[in-house]
Design a protein around this ligand. Structure first.
Ligand SMILES: [Zn+2]
Length: 173
C-alpha cells in the first residue's frame, strides 16, 4: 500500500526552499472525514507546495484529489463524490496575529504556521469542504429497505393496531 501516515512539516522551511510534499492520506486516518462516509477504504492524494505569495509571505498551495463514497441523504446508500480541490494559504507566526488580520479579499486563507504543521489535518479539512452538504444519488432509487415502512396497498392506516402488534411479546422458540 502507498497510503501512510503523513509526517508533520516545517512550513517556513517548505516555503523558503519552495519545496513540495506529496503523498496519500488514507481515509481511515481521517476520522472527521470518515464519519461522513459510507466506506473508508481508499485514500486521497495530496500535493502541498511551499511558496512565497505576491506580498512575500510564506505561503503554500494545496491540491487534494481522489474519490470518496459519501452517504446518500435519501436512501443511505453510497454516493461517489469526486474530490478535486485546490486552495492557497499563507502562514502567520502566532495566534494573535491570526486573530487581528484585517479581512482581505484575496483567495488565500491565513493559517497558523508551524515547524510541525499538521498537513494531514489540512488535507482532511479540504476534503470535508468538498463534500456536498446533502449528498444524494442523481437518480435515487428511494429509501433503503431498512428504512422502508410500506403498508400493503388498500389497507387502512391503524397506527394503534400496529403499536399493539409491536408490543406483543414474541411467542415461540
Ligand atoms: Zn440514494
Amino acid at each position: 500500500m502507498t497510503a501512510h501516515r503523513i509526517e508533520s512539516c516545517d512550513v517556513w522551511e517548505l516555503s523558503r526552499r519552495r519545496g513540495s510534499l506529496q503523498g496519500q492520506l488514507a481515509l481511515e486516518d481521517a476520522p472527521r472525514l470518515a464519519e461522513q462516509l459510507a466506506d473508508t477504504a481508499g485514500a486521497l492524494s495530496y500535493r502541498f507546495v511551499g511558496l512565497q505569495d505576491e506580498l512575500g509571505r510564506p505561503a503554500a498551495a494545496l491540491e487534494v484529489t481522489g474519490r470518496v463514497l459519501a452517504r446518500c441523504d435519501n436512501c443511505g446508500g453510497p454516493v461517489e463524490v469526486p474530490i478535486d480541490e485546490r486552495a492557497s494559504f499563507y502562514f502567520v507566526a502566532d495566534e494573535g496575529e491570526l486573530r487581528n488580520l484585517p479581512i482581505d479579499e484575496s483567495s488565500e486563507e491565513p493559517l497558523l504556521g508551524s515547524v510541525r504543521f499538521d498537513v494531514a489535518s489540512l488535507v482532511e479539512e479540504q476534503a470535508l469542504l468538498a463534500l456536498p452538504i446533502s449528498p444524494r444519488h442523481e437518480h435515487c432509487a428511494g429509501a433503503a429497505p431498512a428504512a422502508a415502512s410500506q403498508e400493503p396497498a388498500g389497507q387502512t392506516h391503524r397506527p394503534f393496531e400496529a403499536l399493539a402488534a409491536l408490543s406483543k411479546p414474541r411467542g415461540g422458540r
